[in-house]
Ligand binder design. Structure first.
Ligand SMILES: *Cc1c(COP(=O)(O)O)cnc(C)c1O
Length: 377
């Protein structure tokens, strides 16, 4: 007998929410395709792996894993506050930066609250606004960049939150200080600006604004940062928000007490002090970004100039078949179609060996396609 649907149990608005589509895990590809040697260039993870100091600290902390974590993240909070020259009261930690986005939704979005989000961006913002029953107004990208002029037009006195991803995921573009400052001056006092700076470490453009400056100035800004990218700790889940102490207090009111596990706290603290790992990562990403730009442009492939540790590439064909062909060769990339850009792929900058493997595979796949095309003529 057919079971009746259980959909009536759902809260209003939840039925239409699509689950997040993450980058395919390495193990899954190994399992599904029977491959041994698989590389993942799909989730902007650190190609050098975790900070060795973080690993050591986490191993040592295993001895005390029977104890609950510090709900206040005291040591880490002090260290991050010192490194950013802010007060510890301006900080909140989460189970990944993603949890901070969830907390922002829980604390601030009531049913029907209008929020402004750019189109084709990292989808955690849209997801939390929908879960909380808020209303989304989208702002279109121009040249793969967030257009603050357009966002401003879409904001009114009722707008609760505007989400700005800077650098933007998946395109790697930034909004500049010269664009952001007049924007912040002109939006209503009552609107909260979420500046997602998950990739701020990687930016080299001098016109990139440091969101924390606006927190210091007392603006309604929450800055998001994460240990998942530059610090290589994506698997242990830790990120943070920086904002005025009153806003931080509201976020604390909706968080679970033990949201950040002990290993994450200890690992993040050690990673924060591992300048060597950070510098090696930055050097690698810069060198390899240039390498990939050169290789791809030599192939006539368009790359959107990126300030992050990934690049967004126009492969000039439906990227879905490219994605499948790459998978067969043990290379996991990210498809642009989830951001409505079906000819694009997002590629995490890897080690030279990984990048070469990608370039070789790309040449191979394109040659095969051309050959099949000419055979069918
Ligand atoms: C990776 C990422 C985050 C944070 O990820 P966590 O792993 O949850 O810390 C936030 N925003 C963007 C745009 C990201 O790409």
């Amino acid at each position: 007998m057919k079971q009746p649907s259980k959909q009536h149990l759902l809260r209003k608005g939840i039925a239409d929410i699509k689950p997040y589509i993450p980058g395919k895990p390495v193990q899954e590809v190994k399992r599904e395709l029977g491959l041994e040697d698989v590389i993942k260039l799909a989730s902007n993870e650190n190609p050098l792996g975790p900070s060795p100091l973080a690993l050591e600290a986490m191993k040592a902390a295993l001895q005390e894993i029977h104890l609950y974590p510090d709900a206040e993240c005291y040591e880490l909070r002090e260290a991050v506050a010192a490194s950013l020259h802010i007060s510890p009261h301006q900080l909140i930690f989460g189970n990944g930066g993603e949890e901070i986005i969830t907390l922002i939704g829980k604390a601030f979005i009531s049913e029907g609250d209008p929020c402004v989000i750019s189109r084709d961006v990292y989808d955690a913002y849209e997801s939390v606004v929908r879960i909380m029953g808020g209303q989304i107004t989208y702002s279109d990208l121009v040249d793969y960049r967030i257009n603050l002029e357009d966002m401003l037009e879409k904001i009114n006195e009722k707008t609760k939150i505007v989400f700005i991803c800077n650098p933007m995921n998946p395109t790697g573009t930034i909004v500049t200080r010269q664009e952001l400052e007049p924007f912040l001056e002109r939006i209503p006092q009552s609107t909260l600006v979420v500046l997602d700076e998950a990739y701020s470490h990687f930016v080299s453009d001098r016109n990139y604004p440091d969101g924390i400056d606006y927190v210091r100035q007392g603006k309604n800004v929450i800055v998001l940062r994460t240990f998942s990218k530059i610090y290589g700790l994506g698997g242990i889940r830790i990120g943070y928000g920086v904002a005025h102490p009153e806003l931080i207090q509201y976020l604390r009111q909706v968080k679970e007490p033990f949201n950040v596990n002990t290993l994450a706290q200890v690992g993040a603290l050690a990673a924060l002090r591992d300048d060597d790992h950070v510098n090696r990562t930055l050097n690698l990403v810069r060198t390899e970004k240039t390498f990939l730009y050169n290789e791809l442009s030599a192939m006539g492939i368009r790359v959107i100039p990126s300030e992050a540790n990934f690049i967004f590439i126009d492969v000039g064909m439906d990227a879905r078949s490219l994605f499948q062909e790459m998978l067969k060769r043990g290379i996991i990339i990210r498809l642009g179609d989830i951001w409505n850009l079906p000819n694009f792929v997002r590629l995490t900058i890897g080690t030279r060996e990984q990048n070469l493997r990608f370039i070789k595979a790309l040449k191979d796949i394109r040659d095969n396609l051309l050959r099949t095309a000419s055979n069918s003529l």
